[in-house]
Write a protein that binds this ligand. Structure first.
Ligand code: IPM
Ligand code: MN
Length: 348
C-alpha cells in the first residue's frame, strides 16, 4: 500500500481548526482508496515566532523537504509585524522548494451565490496560474536616504526567461489537458514593455509547440473587468506573480468568497514538495469560536491528493464539497459540522 509523507502546518488562528477538518476527510478517503499517510506536525507561524523568535530554521526547512507534500492552514497573529511571516516563512518555502506555479481555481459551484448578479456555474470555471518565484516578490530593490525628504525606494520586478518559460510550459500543458484548450496571457505589455516583451514572446514561442491550444491575451486591468463581466472568457490564465496575487483575490470574490478559494504552490518537477493552502488568512477575530468555514481547506486537500497521484480520492473530495455547497443553502454551519457532513459524503 502506498504511504504518503505529509507535512502538516496548522499555523495560527483558524488554521489548525480548518486543517483538522481536512484531516478527518483525509482519514475517510484513505480507507476507501487504499493508501495511507504519515503525517508530521510542524509547529510554525506567528505564535511560534513570538514564543521562540524563530520563523523557519534551515533544519525545519530540511525536514519539510523530506515529505511528499505540505498541507498548510494559515499563518499570522496580530502582534507579528507585517512581512516577518510572509517573507520569512511563506515566501521562503515557495522559493526554497521552487514552487514556481501557484495554481488557483476560480470555480463557481452550484448553489453558491456569487456577488456577480446572475452568474451561473457554467460561466465561471477557470484556473489562474500565477508565477510564484519572481517579479517584485523576488525582493530586489532597496531604500536610500531613509526617513529623509530625499528618500528613494526601489522595488524591482525580476523576470527570467527560465522562470517565464517553465510556467508557460506548465500552463500550456494544463490548457491542453482541459476540454476548451484555451490559454490567456494576462500582463500589462502596453506599459511594462521590458517584462511584458519577455512574457509575450515566451507565450507565443512556447505556444507554437501546442497547436491545439488557442491563445488569447488581456491586460491585467481589463482582466479585472472581464473576471466580473465575462468570466466565461477564461479557461486557463497565466500571469506574473504580483498580478496573479491581485486578480486571484478578485477571482475569489467572484466565485463566492475567500471561504472557497484554494491554492496549490506547485513544484511540478517533484524535486521538492508542493504546498497546499486555502487562500484565506488566519482570521484571529473568529479563531476558537467554531464558526470558521473549512471548505477552502478541504478543497486544498483535494488539490494535494491530485498532486500525490491519488486522483480518485481527489475527485471524491471535490465532489463531496460540491454536494455540500449545493445543499447548504445560505445557512451558516459550524466548522466541525461541516467536517462531519463532508466525512459522511466522502464515505457514502
Ligand atoms: C497569497 C498571499 C501572500 C502573497 C502573502 C501572504 C505573502 O497574499 O498567498 O496570495 O502575496 O502571495
Ligand atoms: Mn494574496
Amino acid at each position: 500500500m502506498t504511504d504518503h509523507r505529509l507535512a502538516i502546518i496548522g499555523g495560527d488562528g483558524i488554521g489548525p481548526e480548518v486543517v483538522d477538518q481536512g484531516l478527518r476527510v483525509l482519514d475517510a478517503v484513505e480507507q476507501r482508496h487504499g493508501f495511507t499517510t504519515t503525517r508530521i506536525d510542524f509547529d510554525l507561524g506567528g505564535r511560534r515566532y513570538l514564543d521562540t523568535g524563530e520563523v523557519l530554521s534551515d533544519e525545519t526547512l530540511a525536514e519539510l523537504d523530506d515529505t511528499d507534500a505540505i498541507y498548510l492552514g494559515a499563518v499570522g497573529t496580530p502582534d507579528v509585524p507585517p512581512g516577518v511571516l510572509e517573507r520569512g516563512m511563506l515566501l521562503r518555502i515557495r522559493f526554497a522548494f521552487d514552487q514556481y506555479v501557484n495554481h488557483r481555481p476560480v470555480k463557481l459551484y452550484p448553489g453558491v451565490t456569487s456577488p456577480v448578479a446572475g452568474l451561473t456555474p457554467e460561466r465561471c470555471d477557470f484556473v489562474v496560474l500565477r508565477e510564484n518565484t519572481e517579479s517584485v516578490y523576488a525582493g530586489a530593490g532597496g531604500t536610500v536616504h531613509r526617513g529623509t525628504a530625499a528618500e528613494i525606494a526601489t522595488q524591482e520586478s525580476l523576470n527570467t526567461r527560465h522562470g517565464v518559460e517553465r510556467i508557460m510550459r506548465h500552463a500550456f500543458d494544463l490548457a491542453d489537458a482541459r476540454e476548451r484548450r484555451h490559454l490567456t496571457l494576462c500582463h500589462k505589455t502596453n506599459v511594462l514593455v521590458h517584462a511584458g516583451d519577455l512574457w509575450w514572446r515566451t507565450f507565443h514561442e512556447v505556444g507554437e509547440e501546442y497547436p491545439r491550444v488557442e491563445r488569447d491575451y488581456v491586460h491585467v486591468d481589463a482582466a479585472c473587468l472581464y473576471f466580473v463581466t465575462q468570466p466565461e472568457r477564461f479557461d486557463v490564465v497565466v500571469t506574473e506573480n504580483l498580478f496573479g496575487d491581485i486578480i486571484t483575490d478578485l477571482g475569489a470574490a467572484v466565485q463566492g468568497g475567500m471561504g472557497l478559494a484554494t491554492s496549490g504552490n506547485l513544484n511540478p518537477t517533484g524535486a521538492h514538495p508542493s504546498m497546499f493552502e486555502p487562500v484565506h488568512g488566519s482570521a484571529p477575530d473568529i479563531a476558537g469560536t467554531g464558526v470558521a468555514d473549512p471548505t477552502a481547506a478541504v478543497l486544498a486537500l483535494s488539490l494535494l491528493l491530485a498532486d500525490l497521484g491519488e486522483h480518485d480520492a481527489a475527485a471524491d473530495v471535490e465532489a463531496a464539497v460540491a454536494t455540500w455547497l449545493a445543499e447548504r443553502g445560505d445557512a451558516s454551519t459550524g466548522t466541525v459540522e461541516v467536517g462531519d457532513r463532508l466525512v459522511e459524503l466522502v464515505s457514502s
